[in-house]
Design a protein around this ligand. Sequence first.
Ligand SMILES: [Zn+2]
Length: 71
Amino acid sequence: MEKKDKTIVCKDCGKEFTFSVRDQEFYERMGFENEPVRCRECRDKRKAEKNNRGTGSNFNNFRREETDRAA
Ligand SMILES: [Zn+2]
């Protein structure tokens, strides 16, 4: 099946963003089964927040989340 750019509505800010063919191929290569639910902006924001939180009490939860997503 030929891939096409997809438009997805961001779960966080409600803006539409493009899940491009290149991104889809990247997700496939990484073995991700789920499509992204957030735009790049919100993902970057969350990533930054995660980094700021460092080794706080939520740290282990985040690690587990990350592992589940990659599995
Ligand atoms: Zn967003």
